[in-house]
Design a protein. Sequence first.
Length: 274
Amino acid sequence: MKNTRAVVMLLIAVLLGLVAVGLAVQWLGGGVTGQKVVVAERDIQPGTPLGQEMASVIEWPAATTPAGSFSNPSEVNGRVLKSQVARGEPILESKLAPIGARGGLSSIISEGKRAITVRVNEIIGVAGFALPGNYVDIMVNANDEQQKPVSKIVLEKILVLAVAQEASRDETKPKVVNAVTMEVTPEQAELLDLARSIGNLSLVLRNQSDVKTIATDGARRQDLLALKESLEKPAPASVAVRRVRTKARPVRKAETEKIEVIKGLDRSEVEFKK
């Protein structure tokens, strides 16, 4: 009797366990729904027209589907990338140039902007560290109205589009080139063209997240000489006052001597110094 009761309880426990597993599987399967998302089949550089072989479809959780994604590779076929896409990364509308844009550098220029190329050398090009996707400040060294040399930053936070003839943004090693192409507004293009015609240009590499604009007066020869003089000027000698403690000499008491004088029955003492 006891054995039968134990077997029945065991069967009930197994049955309840199976029911719990089934409910959990059903809940998980119904709670996470998948959605097709088009992703890059390989690393693709900006300015590249997309082909069918460059994209594939994967299942993506519907709750976290990126905005602007596509579900069919045919939707992105022929579109041009304006920013780099890594392998497995979703291809989004925000990363694509407008419909009808052709491949090349012109397709990655932002609306209302222009691309201008300046000639550089190893020093001006920040020793090759100014790569596509970096931001730079542009400094000019020229003569002012009094024909005195001055160095001044004329443009800030300028996007580098390409170095030499390469717009690849996945390079991390410095590359010495002879030309840098940058994205500027039409007004900035005029200033840059004037700056390179009256003086020498230098690129100043800046932090990607630094968006602050700093107004400077420029550096002139007198500023450099004043700085040099302040660095070379010796520091004034400091006068040290030291207190010296001396021991007071003890005052010696004068030594005296007494003489006893006897006159008959009278006695007296006479004191005098030695």
